[in-house]
Design a protein around this ligand. Structure first.
Ligand SMILES: [Zn+2]
Length: 297
């Protein structure tokens, strides 16, 4: 996976790789945002900080997905002590990493396919829980921006006009590859996108893909993909009652996602469940004995 240190401002860097990280410098110290997938990304972050002559003082983890915090355990081992920050529910996943595989297998103990590094990272203890709002760290005036929907308590980190926006939106190329993007709460995901779309003059530093001074098109694409999933879920149920597994299979088949393994299936099924919950809360679908969902006439 390529790795590039992109300078966003005098004291702000975007470490772009499979999953990105951020660095904000403060008098020789570094605030790092996210830690990448694994030891390899942890090593690259360590080397990047060395090349910038910074020592890691604080690490903010935006959400509890392995590809964003899996490198944190390496940084803990390899560097002098630093403080780790994460929002509450995300911290539970970051410090108890089997939860991600459990989430993707309907709460059951995960099979081996769900225990690879993309869904089972090394755990990292979280020292401080983050709440949305203003936060001063290392003398930096930050804003912790709530961006729930892709995960339950996902946050972004704003510093001046730069927003580290985590996975609130994904690059268009990723949406083509994963036409049913992972989502745990559809209404919250759509609200997070709507809030980001209203920001003017902000440079976005997303969790995947390059920085963007104008994110309107990609935000609109993300919104359209979520709305398509909601509509397809409803349309399938108007044709016939179905259970969540059949719905996931038929929607993914229609969108060209082969559901190649248990990870793809678990990710897609969760997003379909989020679409069902969205429709249920609006009275458009009902749950029936026997495990079926049906459209409300
Ligand atoms: Zn994520």
């Amino acid at each position: 996976m390529p790795f590039e240190i992109v300078k966003l401002a005098d004291d702000v860097y975007h470490l772009q790789s499979g999953a990105n990280a951020g660095v904000i410098a403060a008098d020789g110290q570094a605030l790092v945002i996210d830690a990448g997938l694994d030891d390899e990304m942890g090593k690259r972050i360590k080397r990047a900080l060395e090349s910038l002559d910074l020592s890691l003082a604080a690490l903010i983890l935006t959400h509890g997905h392995a590809d964003h915090f899996g490198g944190a355990a390496y940084l803990r081992r390899a560097l002098p002590p630093f403080a780790v920050y994460a929002p509450p529910l995300e911290a539970a996943f970051i410090s108890n990493t089997v939860l991600e595989g459990m989430m993707l297998s309907a709460g059951a103990a995960p099979i081996d396919q769900l225990r690879g590094k993309f869904t089972l990272a090394q755990p990292c203890a979280v020292d401080h829980l983050l709440a949305p709002g203003a936060l001063n760290l290392l003398g930096l005036d930050l804003e912790i921006v709530p961006l729930p929907g892709h995960s339950p308590n996902q946050i972004g980190v704003r510093y001046r006009d730069i927003l580290f926006s985590a996975d609130a939106f994904l690059p268009s190329a990723a949406l083509q590859k994963y036409p049913v993007p992972f989502t745990v709460h559809m209404a919250q995901a759509l609200e997070s996108l709507a809030r980001l779309a209203e920001l003017d003059g902000v440079l976005f530093a997303p969790g995947h893909g390059a920085q963007l001074s104008d994110a309107r098109a990609v935000i609109a694409h993300n919104r359209a993909v979520l709305q398509r999933l909601i509509e397809m879920t409803f349309d399938q149920l108007r044709a016939a009652p179905m259970n969540d597994a059949s719905l996931t299979q038929s929607i993914c088949a229609a969108l060209g996602d082969p559901l190649a393994n248990a990870v793809s299936y678990g990710l897609a099924r969760t997003a379909v469940q989020a679409a069902l919950a969205y429709l249920y809360e609006r009275g458009q679908v009902a749950f029936e004995a026997g495990g079926f969902w049906r459209a409300v006439p």
